[in-house]
Design a protein around this ligand. Structure first.
Ligand code: PLP
Length: 382
């Protein structure tokens, strides 16, 4: 059975060149970047090159700040939340986030809430960040403003730059963080585009292997060390670097940047082709993502059919999509879709289809036909 993979917001296939670089590092350039001999220097050079490649894909240079390699986007987000709390928690008492953050941000906020920090959540109904709320919520006691760039369930794009201006006016001492895991390489992330002090990214969303992520830290911004040891990664994250993953991440960034316009065009075309096919073949399907959402994520609802049931039906036919967000689907709640404005029934029948450069228009047709087949044969329970 051939496979159709439409779950690229959960993770992507590692590109062949990224996999090859990882293999070469593991088998030939396996030195420890901290070793003083030639093999170590060779490894250090690989590490430096990858850091420059990732920074460049973000739209930064080493002058703008540091790129810290982490194990994933979740670690990057945790590093910011607990680092900022450690630095400012005694003088400030609140953080401001959006009400539709990924669990790796939302659950950090809940942990800080247990320590007495007030968490103020900006509504995001209809995929729009309510800036009037942010204006009132951010004050001189705010330590951190954190908002994702692209929502992983709906593709909604949030206005980080607008948050930056509010934070500069109302809370100049507060840090601004964006979880750009879903926006990286697809939307501008530079200092002028976002104005953030911290930007979290993850390799496996852009065809690097799993197990490597990054955190951009703006020049002059200091985070306390939370992993003590040999002092790697500017003293913030000790431990021998995942050089194979890091080198592959650098390669996948360079590759993505090289083909960027082509990839973005392909993804846009796939999105409109699927919308057209759904409209023609299954007109009862409801489209949740707004037209202005990031095109690699399309949220839809098939009225009456629970997401998990349709997901399994499609999976048995070799078509892989997600029910809401793959990262939270095991303990699914409808927090994000409900805050977006969907009622429980519609949220319970929501599927997330997410595209990559490896998808084709024919696959969108196969998916629409399979959804229609499922709609005809599955029992409607929602
Ligand atoms: N933030 C967002 C918006 C995500 O979509 C994800 C993963 O799907 C993460 C953070 C977590 O990234 P990672 O899987 O690299 O920990």
């Amino acid at each position: 059975m051939s496979e159709i993979y439409f779950d690229n917001a959960a993770t992507t296939k590692t590109s062949e060149s990224a996999a090859k670089v990882a293999f070469d590092v593991m088998t030939s350039f396996y030195g420890n970047p901290s070793s003083a001999h030639a093999k170590g220097l060779e490894a250090e050079h690989i590490l430096k090159k990858a850091r420059a490649q990732v920074l460049s894909a973000l739209g930064y240079t080493a002058k703008d700040g540091t790129l810290l390699f982490t194990s994933c986007g979740t670690e990057s987000n945790n590093t910011v939340f607990f680092g900022v709390y450690q630095a400012l928690g005694k003088r400030k008492n609140n953080i401001v986030i959006s009400d539709s953050e990924h669990p790796s941000v939302e659950n950090c906020a809940r942990e800080l809430e247990k320590k007495g920090v007030q968490v103020r959540r900006i509504p995001t109904k209809g995929g729009k960040l309510e800036l009037d709320f942010a204006e009132k919520a951010i004050d001189d006691k705010t330590m951190l403003v954190s908002c994702m760039l692209v929502n992983n369930e709906t593709g909604a794009v949030y206005d980080i730059k607008a948050l930056d201006s509010i934070r500069k006016r109302k809370a100049p001492e507060a840090y601004l963080h964006t979880d750009a895991v879903q926006g990286f390489c697809k939307l501008p992330c530079s200092l002028s585009a976002l104005g953030a002090d911290f930007v979290s990214i993850s390799g496996h969303k852009i065809h690097a292997p799993k197990g490597v992520g990054g955190l951009f830290i703006k020049k002059g911004v200091r985070l306390p060390c939370r992993m003590f040891g040999g002092g790697q990664e500017v003293g913030l994250r000790s431990g021998t670097e995942n050089l194979a993953g890091i080198a592959a991440f650098g390669t996948s960034c360079e590759e993505f940047m090289h083909e960027k316009q082509k990839i973005l065009n392909t993804i846009k075309e796939l999105n409109s082709e699927l919308r057209k096919n759904l409209y023609e073949i299954c007109p009862y399907v409801l489209i949740n993502s707004k037209d202005e959402a990031a095109p690699h994520i399309l949220s839809i609802s098939v009225p009456g059919i629970r997401s998990e049931i349709m997901l399994r039906f499609l999976s048995e036919r070799g078509i892989f999509v997600s029910a809401g967000s793959a990262c939270s689907s095991k303990n699914a709640d409808n927090r994000v879709l409900s805050n977006f404005g969907l009622d429980d029934k519609r949220a319970d029948s929501t599927l997330r289809i997410s595209f990559s450069k490896y998808n084709t228009k024919d696959e969108t047709l196969t998916l629409a036909k399979a959804i229609d087949e499922g709609n005809k044969s599955l029992i409607h329970t929602v």
